[in-house]
Design a protein around this ligand. Structure first.
Ligand code: CP
Length: 304
């Protein structure tokens, strides 16, 4: 039995196979419509979510399976003090696979250690968000035709942003990937992530000004400044509108640059950018369904 805790749990070859499967699902959805007949997915979400939870649910339903679960800790027995370890033991009796989101780093790993069914980390605190990374990789590969040889600008909250940390870990395994970290000093990439980049010899530089690097980017990956990760409201208010991507800034970028965002967005991308063909964040959310379908099939070892 296999779990998914980090994007690095899959080798590059396994990842290629998973993305190939996701692309085939996109092209031939009917072929997979009964692949998970009689299977059940449990969604155990201790933290709010729209895309991750609902795309997992859509994925399982598209595969012919069904879904049980809870969308927040206050409507589960976690509110009575039940541990994650006990909860997963119980969910193992009810479902075939579980997607878990938790505000505490490492909680899905605790669950995996006690589980009788595959557990998928659907985001743990500021740590990892592997299925967002799978979504991002599928988006990049589908729209750019490759995962290497490109310059990626990561912008916004690089300190707490788990999507950014997971994506970096995944992309450094491909040749010719260069990063530009765009953030205010207070939200810079943590040292442990910089050490990983240094060790791998990946080209990476930091800047505060988005405008000066836009012309050289193949991908601009925007992130939200996350109110829920700040210890005080004053710091959040000071940081929240530090970057706003608008039409004027988009004019500085090249014609093929993709604008990605894991969503939800607050103010960091002006809605006037949504109609720009380079803005692919809603397409990205759609790719999230295909890749989660592929992941469910892979972890349940179902071949179609
Ligand atoms: N991208 C993402 O994780 O969105 P949700 O928080 O809505 O799941």
């Amino acid at each position: 039995m296999r779990h998914l805790m980090s994007p690095l749990d899959f080798s590059v070859e396994e990842l290629d196979r998973l993305l190939d499967l996701a692309s085939d699902i996109e092209k031939n959805p009917d072929k997979y419509a009964h692949a998970c007949d009689r299977k059940k997915l449990a969604t155990a979400f201790y933290e709010p979510s729209t895309r991750t939870r609902l795309s997992f649910e859509a994925a399982m339903i598209n595969l012919g399976g069904s879904v049980i679960g809870f969308p927040s800790d206050d409507v589960s027995s976690a509110s009575k003090g039940e541990s994650v370890a006990d909860t997963i033991r119980v969910l193992s009796c009810y479902a075939d696979i579980c997607a878990m989101r938790h505000p505490k780093e490492g909680a899905p790993m605790v669950a995996a250690a006690k589980s009788k069914i595959p557990v998928i980390n659907a985001g743990d605190g500021g740590h990892q968000h592997p299925t967002q990374t799978l979504t991002d990789l599928l988006t990049i590969r589908s729209l750019k035709g490759r995962l290497g040889n490109m310059t990626i600008g990561l912008c916004g909250d690089l300190k707490f942003g788990r999507t950014v940390h997971s994506l970096i870990n995944a992309l450094i395994r491909y040749e010719g990937v260069r990063f530009v970290m765009i953030s205010p000093d207070e939200l810079k990439l943590p040292d442990y992530m910089k050490e990983i980049l240094d060790e791998k010899g990946v080209e990476c530089r930091e800047t505060i000004r988005m405008e000066e690097v836009l012309p050289e980017l193949d991908i601009l990956y925007m992130t939200r400044v996350q109110r829920e990760r700040f210890f005080n409201e004053e710091d959040y208010v000071r940081m929240k509108d530090f970057y706003i991507l608008d039409k004027e800034k988009m004019a500085l970028a090249n014609d093929n640059m993709l604008v990605m965002h894991p969503l939800p967005r607050v103010n960091e991308i002006a809605t006037e950018v949504d109609d720009d063909p380079r803005a692919v964040y809603f397409k990205q959310a759609q790719y999230g369904v295909y890749v989660r379908m592929a992941l469910i099939l892979t972890l349940l070892q179902i071949e179609v």
